[in-house]
Design a protein around this ligand. Sequence first.
Ligand SMILES: [Cu+2]
Length: 504
Amino acid sequence: MNRREFLLTGAAMGVSGPALALMNTMDHDKSRMGGRPLGQMMRSAPVAGPVLPEGAPLRELPRLANMATADGRFEAELMAGAAKARFADGLDTPILAYNGESPGPVIEVAEGDRVRITFRNAIPNQASTIHWHGMPVPADQDGNPVDAVASGDGLTYEFTLPEGSAASYWYHPHVSRLTAEQVYRGLAGAFLVKPKVGPIPAAYGDTVLFFTDLRLAADGSLPADSMADRMNGRIGDHVLVNGQKQPVLTVQPGTRRRFRLFNATNARFLRLTFGDAPMTIIGSDGGLLAAPVQGATEILLSPAERAEVVVAFEKAGSFALRTLSYDHGWMGPGRPDDRDLTLMSVEARGAALTEMPPLPQALRQVPELAASAVRRRFVFGESMTMGGPGSMTIAFMINGKTFDMARVDVEMRVGQIELWEIQNPTDMDHPFHIHGTQFQVVEVERNDRISRPAYRAWKDTINVARGATVRIAVRQELTGLRLYHCHILEHEDQGMMGIVDVVA
Ligand SMILES: [Cu+2]
């Protein structure tokens, strides 16, 4: 479906006259009315939404306490359920939370640890799971939709994290057709696996920046997904960092700070910059790179991607973590203006630090996944079917099919490296994610040009831009059923997902 077809369909839906004119106006995304993009007015959200307080000190997210007494074990309980948050003064927002926290508590374990987490689903009337995004856990412990936990029930997840698995992962529900809703209502948290000895100087600190996306109605509630959300993925009105709007981190001049960046939004592409502050990329979804990549001025995180960076705040002053515009394709009216949002600021002041240890030149081994004889192709697709006046069914597909929990789409051999080619002939970018493993991007083809990644990295999610083909080398080390899908959660819920059976 392209934009022209959508506009025609809009007319067929009975959207005509001023509304259609509005849609056309929205092609010029600078159009504004009353300071708000027209597209936001088109949504159910009111024109004057609640104002969120800004400028509080950046909070450190709470850690999930380890109840185990033996070394090398982590045991805890995570309960998903209804909670109230106060995002705006005087307004209670009903949300979902893990142990009453949103974002959920940070889980921090060490490589080699045996992890046992008892999940209790206290979400009224909805099944749920916990999916351990990016982590090498057994398929039957990975919170797949087929292993849904009914409301009121519980399940214990148990797995051992192998040596070499240190990285910034995250956890969130993965339940049939409700993943998007449960995540935007608040269910997501960071999961850090740390090495026993790491190469990054402790003096750099280790700061989680967990990005989520919030849309609030005037009464403080979270509006349900609109048709535009179901097409494009839900983009909120506020990007939060550790649950806060524009928090402030205060450091001494001369500080080098290690940040772990998590895009835990449903659908927002975050093209981030620290402006003048020199940024060095040290890690990706699957942990540290082989060597630091210096001189980065920006980094793009599509939904579900993570990165680790070291930022140098050399002189006294104020440094903003801002977004740059990124056009990921948009169907219909209401493309949000994502330029130049300040997500957080860093204030460097006080006595200057003089002794910051340097970053090592080598961080760890990242061996190349060699090319393979087994090649597969996955093609993203979208379709829209009119079901009478005002009713429309949208389908998001891979290889022409929407997700079926009872269907195995692909069979692959455990331990075998395969080359997967993901093609995106649609009009929107779709970030591709595979459960249970980390892959490597081999090359990206777009407009008849083939480019190789600037550096080798372990990834579990990679953006496939519209019109692009991304080729990845992938291997699964454990048998069982694994999902692969678009990580715009509304697309995943509407069928852009498949199952690979990893066989011995
Ligand atoms: Cu998608």
